[in-house]
Design a protein around this ligand. Sequence first.
Ligand code: AMP
Length: 187
Amino acid sequence: MENHHDQTERMELEMHTWIETIRTVEDFPKPGIMFKDITPLLQNPDAYRAVMEAFVEIAQTSGATVIAGIESRGFFFACPLAVTLGLPFVPIRKAGKLPWQTVSAEYDLEYGSAVIEMHTDAVTAGDRVLIVDDVLATGGTAEAAGRLVTTLGATVAGYAFLKNLTFLGGTERLLDAPVYSLVDVTE
Ligand code: AMP
């Protein structure tokens, strides 16, 4: 029978295997950005499954009743998570993409600003919403997503990411709920 030590070792091995599948692409989409490319992870069913198991644990810990994904890479994790847990999925999209009535939140980019939107009937008072994306960088996008949720009267249960680029300080901007990540990148 497998003992606790063996099990921990196996989990660490699995963790190592799937972390290795994420590749860093230098200078994409512009010079100076080290882009975390998750597509090799999505192509590897074992890695994808391991990641989804970790997201399930996070969602359960957070007490979420709704899973919100941030366009577009957040959908890759938010959608299977919602289906696995039997919870509603709601999309948070770039301005102009959602067809029905929306609320909007603006946030700053390095140069200029951007707007994300959510349908007004996506969440309601009493909902506990887990906001999911692939990477947390400066936190501007996730902070704006949190504002959309609270504008509609719901509560942010947490923010969940595959990778938190902790050296960019995003966590410090997300003060209203716990920030979860599968991997912290410190430099
Ligand atoms: P931010 O608002 O600065 O936290 O940026 C987060 C958004 O930009 C997320 O939707 C990420 O998918 C994307 N992003 C930012 N930096 C990176 C990076 N180095 N690699 C991959 N995606 C990134």
